[in-house]
Design a protein around this ligand. Structure first.
Ligand SMILES: [Zn+2]
Length: 142
């Protein structure tokens, strides 16, 4: 049996959420270096970093699997929401369902001259594409 198996025997062990907590702690402690000149902020962030580490390690060695699973589900939901939000920011108000339907119907090309993103219908064989921005013509497979 490996070291990690022995270490976490009967314990919940590391998962994505615990690793994210530890990473957040590392990043926050690095960021906190900038706040050394502001003792109030520095102390608050230092406590927060410690809390992130303790919670991450506590979860790994916990024997309460049900509670840890609930936290992991919450974390996965949060990540999903952030990804959804990021997509809305990137693609404007168009919703994600439409976007996925669009992806199936169209192929996205980059104009070789001006790098403009172009959309052509899929499955039409070889096409002569005219860039809508710079007017350059090129061949592409759809
Ligand atoms: Zn172009």
């Amino acid at each position: 049996m490996g070291f990690f198996n022995r270490l976490f025997q009967g314990r919940y062990g590391p998962d994505k959420f615990s690793l994210a907590l530890l990473w957040a702690g590392v990043i926050l402690s690095l960021v906190n270096g900038f706040f050394m000149g502001i003792p109030v902020v520095y102390r608050i962030l230092r406590v927060l970093v410690l809390a992130l580490y303790i919670f991450g390690i506590f979860r790994m060695f916990s024997r309460n699997f049900a509670a840890r699973h609930r936290e992991l589900a919450w974390y996965n939901g949060l990540v999903g929401q952030i990804k959804g939000l990021w997509r809305r920011v990137r693609y404007g108000s168009r919703n994600v369902v439409n976007l996925n339907a669009e992806r199936k119907k169209y192929k996205y090309l980059i104009c070789p001259q001006c790098r403009q993103k172009l959309r052509v219908p899929k499955g039409k064989g070889n096409l002569r594409v005219t860039c809508s921005k710079c007017g350059c013509k090129f061949n592409a497979k759809s």
